[in-house]
Design a protein around this ligand. Structure first.
Ligand code: PMT
Length: 416
């Protein structure tokens, strides 16, 4: 009899599309760096600039950094023919206004709609983060404080300004926080909105990417894994409140997620060593997304092998099974495996669930070209150990970020 799957297609809204709105203030230069950091962290960024902002920094800078045309006008026939203000408002998952001038705060608090930014803020269903920045005397003014309070009451997320020496020479509160701090605030806010804090206080170790098994100093055996799935899981676990160690195999070239401890390794043996050390140091959940090479050469040649023969045979030996070794050594730890299959996905996945002593296994059909290895998207079948009496779950095709959030929520639901 075929299993009854619980199909899942979407979680709490994933936040990937961000409008960065820049208003007039000297701190506008920091927004260019923020745009870059947001993109590096995986967000798609579109920029709105008010007339004031363009006095401090040019739209061309932001266009070059984001690869998207910058939006400046409310009533511009060319812009409306492309992405008009309503479409822009609907496109955004999140709006970040940084810096937000005193004038913008006042107009937002009044509900005005006399330029593109204020109109988009009225027309959007997306959450809005506001990072006020201005002279300390202005920031302290009751009118500004009242406007900030009003915006906060309306549900706007206020990012408190920093204090210190200001561009005008004054000292006090009102400085725009540094771009990396703003990015952190955006990520924390996203985490609060999208992933339940189901892993708070948990320590998680994740393996990701391929392993690389040397043949000689210049050649190796490996596979198509990029690490995208494992890195997405690291982000989702972090967002769910976990302390994450990410062991990246092979030559993963992805940016390390903020606040995640990354350990780079090459071979399966290196990965096993790093994983064992990480688990010994304290670990509640072990997740193996890595595509570990099943075999390595018996002895890697110390020098480059010359092509003197027409044929050559590589003598291969089996690599250790990292996942099985860890799960059998730590029977009380919650262990999640992945399975990359090209046929009989369910049969093989259930076999690995049992033989590798797992609590949960997520399998993808890697014969599909649109998901799995290297793709930004995936689709999975998730099975649980019998003791949990939980029916399998089908995660239909969606971004790896979304899949990761589902998997974290499933881990949370079983653990808690
Ligand atoms: O990295 P991406 O490009 O984003 O691609 C993601 C992915 C396709 C690699 C990922 O979704 C995935 O399927 N990972 C598991 C790949 C795999 O090696 O599957 P497997 O069925 O061969 O192994 C089963 C499990 O045992 C896996 O959890 C694997 O990490 C683990 N294993 C396997 C062999 C071994 N020697 N040691 C292990 O720990």
């Amino acid at each position: 009899m075929s299993p009854i799957f619980t199909p899942v297609t979407s979680v709490a809204p994933n936040i990937t599309k961000v409008i960065l709105a820049i208003t007039g203030g000297i701190a506008a230069y920091k927004s260019a760096i923020l745009a870059r950091l947001l993109i590096k962290s995986g967000f798609e960024v579109r920029v709105i600039m008010t007339a004031g902002a363009q006095q401090f920094i040019t739209p061309l800078t932001l266009q070059a950094l984001t690869g998207n045309e910058v939006h400046t006008e409310l009533l511009d026939t060319k812009a409306e023919a492309g992405m008009g203000h309503i479409e822009l408002a609907k496109w955004a998952d999140l709006i970040v206004i940084a810096p937000a001038s005193a004038n913008t705060l006042a107009r937002l608090a009044m509900g005005m709609a006399d330029d593109l930014l204020t109109t988009v803020c009225l027309a959007t269903a997306a959450p809005v983060m506001v990072a006020p920045a201005m002279n300390q005397q202005m920031w302290a003014h009751p009118a500004v404080q009242l406007n900030v309070q009003t915006l906060s009451d309306m549900g706007y997320e206020i990012i408190e300004p920093d204090s210190g020496v200001q561009a005008c020479g004054d000292v006090g509160s009102g400085r725009l926080p540094e771009p990396d701090i703003l990015l952190r605030q955006v990520i924390n806010f996203k985490a609060r909105l999208t992933v339940a804090q189901c892993l708070t206080g948990k320590k998680v170790t994740i393996t990701a990417g391929p392993t690389v098994e040397a043949i000689d100093p210049v050649r190796f055996l490996s596979n198509h894994s990029t690490g995208k799935m494992g890195f997405a899981l690291a982000r989702a676990c972090r967002d769910a409140g976990a302390e994450v160690t990410l062991i990246a195999g092979g030559k993963v070239s992805l940016m390390t997620p903020l606040e995640v401890k990354r350990i780079d390794v090459l071979s399966a043996n290196d990965m096993l060593q790093a994983a064992t050390r990480s688990v010994e140091a304290g670990c509640d959940i072990f997740i193996a997304t890595a595509a570990v090479a099943d075999y390595r050469t018996r002895d890697a040649a110390p020098q480059k092998i010359k092509k003197t023969q027409d044929e050559m045979t590589l003598d291969l030996v089996k690599n250790p099974d990292i996942l099985a070794t860890i799960s059998h050594s730590y029977p009380d730890m919650f262990v999640v495996g992945f399975a990359a299959e090209t046929q009989d996905v369910e049969k093989y996945a259930r076999g690995k669930l049992e033989s590798k002593n797992l609590d949960m296994i997520a399998c993808n059909d890697v014969s599909r070209k649109d998901i799995g290895f290297a793709s930004d998207e995936n689709a999975m079948l998730v099975f649980f150990a019998n003791q949990y009496q939980k029916p399998p779950v089908e995660l239909e095709k969606m971004s790896k970020a979304n899949i990761a959030e589902h998997l974290v929520n499933l881990i949370g639901s079983v653990l808690n």
